[in-house]
Design a protein around this ligand. Structure first.
Ligand code: PLP
Length: 434
């Protein structure tokens, strides 16, 4: 591969004619609430490799999103792809909670090994929302208390159970009558608001409602705009949970598998939750998620005597388990956790420079390879995303109103690719009218 092949390559209009043609069909046949379609957005992806995406018109882009924080070991990672192909010809589908597979056992053992000490038993599922719902059910079985503390602007998924603890108003409000109301909403702390006030809020919530049995939180709010809490917050939550015997559910669906420069973000504070929800980058693109928990909490479930009380058709799907095992092997083989840690400063430094170009950048925040550029308005963020696409960089808005852009590239992105994409972003940000 010569240097040119490592970078973006835009050879025609974006979106090109084939993307526009496919958009017409999509508009006709897909439920209309799903894909935002406009003259200048989106492009239809055809293939991807590492940090590069190629669209159906042959345009190539550098991906600074890892496609929602999934492709940590690079898009279409060859080792993961080979493991999936090999598994597919032997056994594509198992029988969930009835007849298990060896590859599932191997993955369960591996998850117990790589998650923080004390987390041992796992429930496998397919989407992040399912992992969250399993955790909520488990906490209820353990405590017999139905209520939960959750955070404004938290994102835990959009199925009804997960929506009950997801704090982004625009997703909840249209379905409010369907969503259970047993959630106490607190404000996620920032560096500015500090740890003490946040911990006092939890204590107060527990005094106000004796039916609270669990707290669910992200160690860094991801879709909420990459909100990094102050030091000591997670450890403080852990201490309150220990004292009051409520279940601590940590949602690492976004932050897990090396994203923040630790295998799991809770390791930065040496905190071990009772239940850890993981998904997204676990299998690098094959749908898989899990809740991993302390045995004493997970054993709130009775031993199965025939029919599982909670399961799904694709539980422990062999393709997904094979993909996850190969993917975790890749994370370990390339020591991606340490490589992110070593390279994060460079990314942070380049992003910090953006503030020199415009007053429209309100804040830069993040950790490892998970950052947000917060702009002064949603419109500016939208314009930056669209201009970046025109010039060959894939970006994604985040934050409750979309005023931030998340930078979360594949962890394997070449340094030169990252620098190139950031230079393009700098140029675009420099064009924003002050
Ligand atoms: N939890 C977090 C922290 C997430 O970022 C997401 C998705 O973005 C979810 C849960 C939901 O995962 P899924 O979309 O796979 O249901």
């Amino acid at each position: 591969m010569n240097d040119g092949d490592l970078f973006e390559s835009i050879s025609g209009p974006v979106p090109g004619p084939r993307s526009l043609e496919l958009a017409q069909s999509l508009a006709r046949f897909e439920s209309r609430g799903v894909t935002y379609l406009a003259k200048d957005f989106p492009v239809f992806w055809e293939s991807a490799s590492g940090a590069l995406i190629t669209d159906v018109d042959g345009n190539r882009y550098i991906d600074l999103t890892a496609a929602f924080g999934v492709a940590n070991t690079g898009h279409s990672n060859p080792y993961v792809a080979a493991a999936v192909a090999d598994q597919a010809v032997r056994l594509m589908h198992g029988m969930g909670d009835v007849h298990p597979t060896e590859v599932r056992v191997q993955l369960l053992e591996k998850l117990a090994q790589i998650t923080p000490d004390g987390l041992e038993k796992t429930f496998l599922c397919s989407t992040g929302a399912e992992a969250v719902e399993f955790a909520l059910k488990t906490a209820f079985l353990k405590t017999k208390k139905p209520h939960t503390i959750a955070y404004h602007n938290a994102y835990h998924g959009l199925s009804l159970g997960a929506l009950a603890v997801s704090g982004i108003a625009k997703f909840r409000e249209p379905f409010a009558p369907l969503v259970t109301s047993g959630t106490t909403w607190l404000t996620y702390p920032t560096m500015a608001s500090g740890t003490d006030a946040a911990l006092r809020e939890i204590e107060q919530a527990l005094k106000n409602d004796a039916a609270i049995g669990a707290i669910i939180l992200e160690p860094i709010q991801g879709r909420g705009g990459v909100i990094v809490p102050p030091a000591g917050f997670l450890a403080g939550v852990r201490a309150i949970c220990d004292r009051t015997k409520i279940v601590m559910i940590l949602d690492e669906i976004y932050t897990g598998f090396g994203r923040t420069g630790a295998m799991f973000a809770c390791e930065h504070e040496n905190v071990v939750p009772d239940l850890l929800c993981i998904g997204k980058a676990i299998a690098n693109g094959v749908p898989l998620s899990a809740t991993v928990g302390r045995a004493a909490v997970m054993d709130a479930w009775e031993t199965s005597t025939g029919e599982a009380l909670h399961t799904s058709t694709y539980l422990g799907n062999p393709l997904a388990c094979a993909a996850a095992l190969a993917n975790i092997y890749e994370i370990e083989r390339f020591d991606l956790v340490h490589s992110v840690r070593a390279r994060a400063q460079l990314l942070a430094g380049r992003l910090a420079r953006l503030r020199q170009y415009t007053k429209s950048v309100r804040e830069i925040r993040g950790l490892g390879y998970m950052w947000a550029i917060e702009f002064t308005s949603t419109e500016i963020a939208t314009t930056v995303v669209k201009k970046a696409l025109q010039r060959g960089v894939i970006l994604l808005q985040s934050g409750p109103t979309g005023s931030s852009i998340t930078i979360a590239p594949p962890l394997t992105i070449e340094q030169s690719q990252l620098e190139r994409a950031l230079t393009i972003c700098e140029t675009i940000v420099g064009e924003i009218k002050r």
